[in-house]
Ligand binder design. Structure first.
Ligand code: SF4
Length: 448
């Protein structure tokens, strides 16, 4: 369906997690099917979309400040006789609801993360001036995935959502409230989407889910299958060279999944397994279904399945009631696992979550001191691992151009960024690279 014979332009700003990156990509595909063309300049866009995330602190404030800037651009375009449609999607919509229009009445529509398949219909209504100020935060019966156009690759590496929502209700997290309860896509739908991605140039697929390893999609006979089954099916696909999955919940790492790390050679030797804290008291308050001990047992089994496997994680410091002793336990766990990358944050209250109402909130100053100590340790481990790669060769998948002329950036199997000098037509390919130098954040190398 073409809305306009002239190519109109869209601009999408994506905040937050890989699931949001995937959602933005699917919305971009829908817009391109409608005849829109992508632009990286907001001022040139006839349609501006903010795809929001509610995980980080002050997410709503960041959105409203971006919306304020969007209004200035809209007014300036209007003086030139150009219309601009402004939309908001994602988890902030689910959390803020009507507030979006109260604070930014010039927003044309706001869509929750489960209803963005309705974007073409909503845009059409707005452009025909039939309606504005549309709010859609349904938890619909239908699956949005059944209404999206075929997914296509835009590079050598693609995300593929297989599961959405979460039933874990960690006490600090808004996801179960914004993305709803767990839903797993049928096996066939995932495999068909993977085939399309491979046919259009993907070499690496990262299966996504808020709690990806609780995947329980049905096969064609209606039998529920787990993530291990899906990974094995994916590994049978011709042309797929690399496979990953994220984000995993430690308590749901089962023996079938551990076995995949031994059996599937295209499954990359890198696993993001968020632990959040090393203190069992804090893990309990967080309502996590693992202890430090059961987490370390899983790590040991995974290492046994594939000794080359390395780990990354998420940490929250300064959760309510966290003492120095609890924090020491987190540092102790980091020493044991020796993560090669990690994301660490100070705890911050999310309205509507149980932890936001807990007593025992930790003073900001202490949170900051603990975060500095933890990050120093994590960066040190990351740098040590990166330096240990000097002199080794890795398969690198090239994904983007570097800042300097003739420079490309790719990723090793361990998700490290590698900078090399290589021709532009190497983008989207996997090449062997010998590592010549390393810093905390990246590697330098030469194509062999
Ligand atoms: S597992 Fe916990 S942190 Fe992760 S999405 Fe579910 S509720 Fe949020």
């Amino acid at each position: 369906m073409k809305i306009n014979a002239m190519k109109e332009k869209y601009f999408i700003k994506t905040y937050g997690c890989q699931m949001n990156v995937y959602d933005s990509h699917r919305m971009a595909m829908m817009l391109e099917d409608m005849g829109y063309e992508k632009t990286d300049k907001q001022a040139d866009a006839d349609f501006v979309l903010f795809n929001t995330c509610h995980i980080r602190e002050k997410a709503a404030e960041k959105l409203f400040s971006d919306l304020g800037r969007a209004l200035l651009i809209k007014n300036e375009r209007s003086e030139r006789g150009l219309d601009t449609v402004i939309g908001v999607a994602g988890c902030v919509v689910q959390a803020e609801d009507e507030q979006i229009f109260k604070r930014a009445p010039y927003v044309d529509f706001a869509l929750g993360p489960l209803t963005y398949h309705r974007l073409p219909e909503i845009l059409k209504k707005i452009k025909q001036k039939k309606q504005s100020g549309i709010l859609d935060t349904d938890f619909p019966c239908e699956s949005k995935f059944d209404f999206l156009p075929e997914n296509k690759a835009t590079g050598g590496c693609s995300f593929l959502a297989v599961q959405e929502g979460c039933n874990n209700f960690c006490t600090y997290c808004v996801v179960p409230y914004t993305r709803g309860v767990e839903y797993s896509r049928p096996v066939k739908d995932v495999i068909d989407e993977a085939k399309n991605l491979i046919a259009t140039g993907t070499l690496e697929i990262n299966l996504l889910g808020q709690n990806v390893n609780s995947y329980h999609g049905e096969d064609e006979k209606g039998v529920e299958r787990n993530l291990a089954y899906l990974l094995n099916k994916m590994a049978e696909l011709d042309g797929l060279k690399r496979l990953r999955y994220t984000t995993s919940y430690p308590a749901d790492v089962d023996d079938d999944l551990i076995k995949c790390h031994h059996d599937i050679d295209i499954l990359m030797p890198y696993l993001h397994l968020p632990v959040q804290s090393g203190s069992n008291k804090i893990l309990k308050l967080m309502n996590r279904r693992h202890s430090a001990e059961t987490y370390l047992e899983k790590i040991a089994k995974l290492r046994e399945a594939n000794p080359n496997l390395r780990f990354s994680s998420d940490f929250i410091v300064g959760f309510p009631f966290e003492t120095d002793e609890d924090f020491e336990k987190t540092l102790d766990l980091v020493d044991k696992v020796k993560y090669i990358q990690a994301f660490s944050f100070k705890y911050s209250r999310r309205p509507g979550t149980p932890a936001a109402e807990m007593d025992g909130q930790v003073p900001e100053k202490i949170k900051k001191e603990r975060l500095d100590i933890l990050q120093a340790k994590l960066f040190d481990l990351q740098e040590k691992f990166n330096k240990s790669c000097i002199g080794q060769s890795f398969d690198v998948l090239f994904e983007q151009k570097g800042r300097h002329k003739g420079q490309l950036i790719g990723r090793t199997p361990y998700m490290q960024n590698v900078h090399v000098h290589a021709a532009d037509d190497m983008m989207g390919k996997i090449l062997k690279v010998k590592i010549s130098d390393a810093t905390t954040n990246s590697l330098q190398g030469e194509v062999i």
